[in-house]
Design a protein around this ligand. Structure first.
Ligand code: ES4
Ligand code: ZN
Length: 324
């Protein structure tokens, strides 16, 4: 099964580049940029990754991202992620980045996007990995802050295809961002949003009806609302589910309690993703493998999940045909 899952061609639709920052690279960048880390060793960093909930994780994630300063840093971060994709036969990826985390520290938008984009370009040329970039707004900040961020990113419009919504979900419903998502859509951008990870099914309804998203990131709490399940199945709205993330952030206590195969069985267009692989114990292959170990995922189910991801990618039908 390990060999099968490794060689299965995969597409990843829910990965935060900042969440792919491995402790080793965090140390190297801290040294390069003369930044003091509150850890002495890589093992100490990994030892701190013991989260009780989403907010515990986000606090360490934003702290870790502080070592990213130069265009080269963003290049190195993205390139390291792409090398992992290569090793696991992930042939298409649509990563998120969080510009507000960096711009709030005085890093220029162009520095961030140019570094990421150059690595994605090299990934296409040297590794044969196709990609589309997604700009995420931080939902714990205001809608005005998100609107200013979109404005600052417009000079780099050609380098990203969609906007997303991430960070602390509870208390920050999709409705708060309706106007900025309307603005993004007027720029021809597609929309996605994290919803129903820690937040209630109502936030998934809002993401669909108010933000008009093409995919729901996570969405696992949809199972609490039969009418919502019916709609997601009927409209074949993709859910980008992240199994290891959900267990590490205590959305489910154990992998065998995860509802992803139930959602698949109910006819939803479910995909498997790594979310923040450096923090949650693995990349795409480890997520599939954890489902095999915890939920007896079969080869046929793995193939279905992988196909769903290619079908849900933000690429033209011609490009899809080439990926399949
Ligand atoms: C995230 Cl797991 C998760 N949830 C919400 N926002 C995020 N940003 C990075 N990882
Ligand atoms: Zn996420």
């Amino acid at each position: 099964m390990e060999h099968f899952l490794n060689s299965l061609p995969k597409a990843e639709l829910h990965i935060h580049l900042e969440g792919s920052l491995e402790p080793e690279l965090m140390f190297e960048l801290a040294r390069r940029n003369n930044i003091e880390l509150p850890y002495d060793t890589v093992d100490q960093i990994r030892g701190a990754y013991n989260f009780g909930n989403l907010q515990d994780f986000l606090d360490l994630y934003y702290q870790g991202a502080g070592v990213l300063q130069t265009e080269q840093d963003f290049y190195d971060l993205t390139w390291a992620y792409l090398k992992q994709c290569e090793a696991q036969n992930v042939i298409h990826t649509e990563p998120f980045f969080d510009p507000q985390t960096h711009c709030a520290r005085g890093i220029d938008m162009g520095t961030v996007i140019r570094g990421i984009d150059r690595a994605l370009q090299h990934g296409r040329e040297q590794l044969g990995i196709s990609s589309r970039l997604i700009l995420c707004f931080l939902r714990h900040l205001s809608e005005d802050d998100a609107a200013r961020t979109l404005e600052q990113a417009l000079p780099y419009r050609e380098h990203f295809v969609a906007v997303g919504l991430d960070s602390s979900e509870t208390g920050h419903p999709p409705a708060k961002f309706q106007r900025v998502f309307d603005q993004a859509r007027r720029q021809g951008l597609l929309c996605v949003a994290h919803a129903g990870e820690e937040g209630p099914p109502e936030y998934i309804w809002q993401a669909l009806d108010l933000l008009r998203v093409a995919r729901i990131d996570h969405g696992v709490r949809a199972s609490e609302d039969p009418a919502l399940i019916e709609r997601l199945a009927r409209e074949q709205i993709p859910l980008t589910v992240c199994p290891l993330s959900n267990v590490r952030l205590r959305v489910f206590d154990r992998m065998r309690d995860h509802n992803v195969l139930q959602l698949l069985q109910q006819g939803l267009r479910v995909t498997i993703n790594s979310d923040d692989p450096a923090y949650f114990g693995g990349y795409m292959e480890e997520n599939f493998l954890a489902l095999h170990q915890g939920l007896s995922l079969t080869r046929a189910q793995a193939v279905r999940l992988s196909r769903n991801a290619f079908d849900s990618a933000f690429v033209s039908d011609e490009e899809k045909a080439a990926l399949h």
